[in-house]
Design a binder for this molecule. Structure first.
Ligand code: SF4
Length: 535
């Protein structure tokens, strides 16, 4: 624990997220400042950067916006590494107890979430109007379609689209929205995965839901109450004055005011290089929410889900209550620690409930609803998931004996990483600049270094040529790494189906993990087994 405390305090006044550093490493544990702060210091620590750039210092490095993702770096004292998965030997479930059949390759990691089957228990998103999503969309969408998972188009896509047609305050056409949906559908098998269109306050005002359902035949609409990275609305940077003006006219909050002549001059003079576009926060009320969900269904939404952030426990309980009453099919709870485009760094680090604590609260609510015989929405957990072990633990923890409440996890940063990595290495390959070791090990052309390329070429034939390599990269990550890794864990637990995993497959490694989640400590798990079997 002492190591963890030390680690956090050293980030107080310097964070790679903001590109800040201190002059010396042995900083004050209380303030994060160098013990001797000197006048002639050329370093920019947090306070130093804030001295020059003010609010810009609240954000991940502005220059990286559009080409990066960001998350918290704080150690929340409890995460998925505080649990281990128990392996089994004598009992085989979900498959014939035959060593020639019970191979890990035969394990099923399919799930069904909000009525939609997925090949891997994953949703990706929500990728909204933030630049990094727009730039990497084809790789994300096609990669998800190939992998049989759900992709979520996030908030503000229509509102930010210069080519949107807005009539009487309602959107009737958005080139960007149509492009995003079509990219997925081109390689969608029509069965596994689908596209979700997320709607926040501005989207609802613009009628994005009705447009998506009626004109674009979108099956799943998601209402948004928040995200784990911050408890305020979505934010993006705008590097173009005309676009900032257009967004203000469309009703968005743009800071500083692009219509102010002084601001315009400062922008032209290079005093600042980007505007902030903010979204409004929702003010959900019980009656309005229930009416809204009924209304959405009447508009033709086949599936309705809700995305919320990591608000206080009473808000978690109220969310589950309303989602249950409205018959919502799934709720995504996004834990603190995750992030994508542009969230204030202090909010990512210091605000809201981290993922494992949040899941423990959600599960408590789900179990109360179960006891009362009420509808329980599928739970989707988000917030820092990148690996199969984390998702397996999240799912297993949620199964109290009647099947898991958590049907899938939502991932944002890691799919983007896979797509950006693919894109950059393709560029390096084209310019014959691949890192020497990589080239020696894996080859210099994408058909060699993407290990899934031969299989996909066989499966898709001529169509393979129109699959972006970035999508091959995402497919390789989701299908060849996550899916296979999950199958191995399932076979190790001797459970060949994902929904057979339950809480007894986990042990807690710390008192806090056990206390928070009710998962037994390693030394307490099956405590009576030794005497029972041997006495
Ligand atoms: S300004 Fe002071 S606290 Fe900041 S890095 Fe320099 S010496 Fe350290």
């Amino acid at each position: 624990m002492s190591e963890r405390v030390h680690k956090n305090s050293s980030y107080l006044n310097a964070k790679s997220t903001c590109g800040t550093q201190t002059r010396v490493k042995d900083v004050s544990p209380t303030s994060g400042m160098c013990p001797i702060c000197i006048r002639d210091c050329p370093f920019l620590c947090e306070v130093g950067l804030s001295t020059f750039r003010g609010r810009e210092a609240l954000y991940p490095e502005p220059l990286q916006f559009g080409y990066s993702t960001a998350s918290a770096l704080k150690d929340f004292r409890l995460d998925w590494s505080d649990f281990n998965i128990l392996s089994s030997l004598f009992k085989v479930e979900g498959i014939e107890a035959d060593s020639d059949v019970a191979l890990f390759e035969n394990a099923s990691v399919e799930s069904t979430v909000a009525g939609i089957p997925v090949k891997v228990p994953v949703l990706t998103g929500a990728f909204g109007s933030t630049e990094v999503a727009r730039l990497n969309w084809d790789g994300l969408a096609v990669g998800c379609a190939l992998s049989g998972v759900i992709i979520t188009i996030g908030e503000n896509v229509c509102g930010m689209d210069r080519e949107s047609k807005i009539t009487n305050g309602k959107v009737t056409y958005s080139k960007e929205m149509e492009r995003r949906i079509e990219a997925f559908r081109k390689f969608w098998d029509g069965k596994y995965g689908d596209v979700v269109v997320q709607t926040n306050v501005e989207d609802q005002r613009l009628g994005v839901d009705v447009y998506a359902i009626s004109k674009l035949n979108v099956n799943i609409i998601e209402r948004k109450w928040g995200q784990g990275a911050k408890a305020i609305g979505g934010e993006v940077r705008i590097r173009d004055l005309d676009k900032a003006l257009m967004l203000k006219k469309r009703g968005y909050i743009v800071i500083p005011d692009p219509e102010d002549k002084t601001v315009q001059q400062a922008f032209k003079d290079g005093v600042f290089k980007s505007f902030e576009r903010h979204s409004r926060v929702g003010m959900p009320t019980e009656r309005a929410f229930l009416e809204d969900i009924d209304w959405l269904r009447n508009q033709g939404a086949k599936h309705v889900i809700l995305k919320t952030g990591a608000y206080r426990p009473s808000a978690v309980a109220f969310t589950m209550k309303l989602a249950s009453e409205a018959g919502i099919e799934a709720v995504t709870f996004d834990g603190a620690g995750g992030g994508t485009g542009m969230s204030p760094v202090p909010m990512m680090d210091e605000m809201s409930t981290p993922t494992v604590y949040l899941e423990a609260q959600v599960l408590k609510c789900a179990e109360i609803l179960k006891k009362k015989g009420r509808h329980i929405p599928d739970v989707i957990m988000a917030g820092g998931f990148i690996k199969e072990s984390q998702m397996l633990k999240a799912i297993a923890m949620s199964n109290f004996g009647d099947g898991p409440h958590v049907k899938a996890v939502l991932m944002g940063r890691s799919p983007l990483l896979a797509v950006m990595k693919s894109s950059y290495f393709l560029e390096l390959a084209e310019n014959r600049k691949l890192p020497r070791k990589f080239a020696e090990r894996y080859g210099v052309t994408p058909d060699k270094f993407f290990i899934s390329a031969p299989d996909l070429r066989t499966e898709y034939g001529e169509k393979f040529a129109s699959i972006p390599w970035e999508a091959v990269g995402l497919y390789t990550y989701l299908n060849e790494r996550i899916r296979v890794g999950l199958m191995q864990f399932l076979a190790g637990a001797r459970k060949w189906k994902l929904d057979l995993l339950d809480r007894t497959d986990l042990v807690a490694l710390t008192e806090r993990a056990a206390k928070t989640t009710g998962i037994k400590l390693v030394e307490e798990a099956e405590a009576d087994a030794i005497e029972r079997i041997l006495d």
